[in-house]
Ligand binder design. Sequence first.
Ligand code: M6R
Length: 364
Amino acid sequence: GKGNYRHFMEKELHEHPIAIGDTLQQYIDAGTRVVGRPPLPFDPATLPRLTLSACGSAFLVAQVARYWMEALARLPTDCDVASELRYRDPPLTPGGAAMLISQSGETADNLAALAMLRAGGQSTVSLVNVPESSMARQSDAALLTVAGPEISVASTKAFTAQLSVMACLAINFARARGTIDEAEEARLTAALLEVPEHAARLMERGGEIESVAAEVAGARDVLYLARGSLFPIAMEGALKLKELSYIHAEGYAAGEMKHGPIALIDPSVPVIALCPSGPLFEKTASNLQEAAARGGRIIAFTDAAGAPALRRFAERVVELPTVDPFVAPILHAIPVQMLAYHVAVLKGTDVDQPRNLAKAVTVE
Ligand code: M6R
C-alpha cells in the first residue's frame, strides 16, 4: 500500500535514498569500497563498442550513461530509443555489446531491439528492476536494480537506481580499460556512496520544491536547460512534467538555446536550469543570463558554489548539496521529479495514473 503517503509516486520518491543505497550495495564491496564486476558476457577491457537501448525515462538514463562511458572508460557508446533502433538497421560492430535498460523488462520496443541486437551478433545485457522479466530471460546476462516494486506510472526510484548501476559499470569499465587511476577510482566511488545520504536530505526539502511548483503550475510551456551529463536530466524533468501535469515542457542542451528555443523566451515561460558548479558552470550560466536578459524567469538548481553567480539574474535559486560532478545527474534527478509531482498535485491531475499512459508499454 501507500502507507501514509497520498500517492504511490510520493512514497516512491521517498524511496530514492533506499533504492540507490540498496542498489549500490549490490555493486560495491562494503569492505574494500571497490566496485565489483557483475557477470557479463563480454570483457569490458577489449569491448569495441557499447550500444544502449531504452524507452522514455530509461532512455534518459542511457544518455547519462553514455557521458560516463565515453569520458571515464573511453568506451565508444551509442544510445538510442528502442523504437528507432529496432528499425534502423545500424552497422553493428563485431564483438560489440548492447545493454537494454528497462524498469519493467517488458517494454515491447526494447524487447524487439534486444532480438535485433542478438541477431546482429551483439552480446546482450539487460538492466531491469524485475528479475523474472522477459528482457532478463531473453538477454545473455541480466543485471538488477534493487529499487523494489514501482507502482506509479512515472518512474522515480527505478530511474536513480538505474543511474547508480550505470555509474558503477562506468567506474568498473574504466578500471578494466586503464583509463582511470586508483585515486580517481576511489574518489568517484566515495562520491557515489555518499549519494543515498544526500538524497535523504533532499527528502526534507518538499516544502521548498512545492513553492517552486506554485511558480510553474500556471505556465503553459516550461523549458529545462542543462549541459553535459545533466542535459538528459533536464529532459527527464521535462518528460515528468508533461507526463504528470500535462504542461508542455522541453529539455534542451543550454548551448542549443540560441539555435532556436530562445525565441520562445518571455516572462510566461519558466526556465528551469540544472547548473551546479563544475567544468560547465560558466558556460551554462552565461546561456541562462542570455535567457534572463530576454525576460526569462530562471529557476536554477545549483550548489553552494554556483548559487551566488546565479542569484544575480535568477528569480529562484535552489541550493542542492555539493557533490562531485560525476554524481550530479543522480542527485539532480530527485528535485526535478519532486517538482513534477508537486505541480501535478497542485493541478489536481491523476498523479499515479496519468491519462493515456501505461506503466509498462507492452505493445508497439
Ligand atoms: O519499463 P521501462 O523502463 O522499459 O519503461 C520505459 C518507459 O515507458 C518509462 O520510463 C516511461 O517513460 C515512464 N512513464 C517515465 O516516467
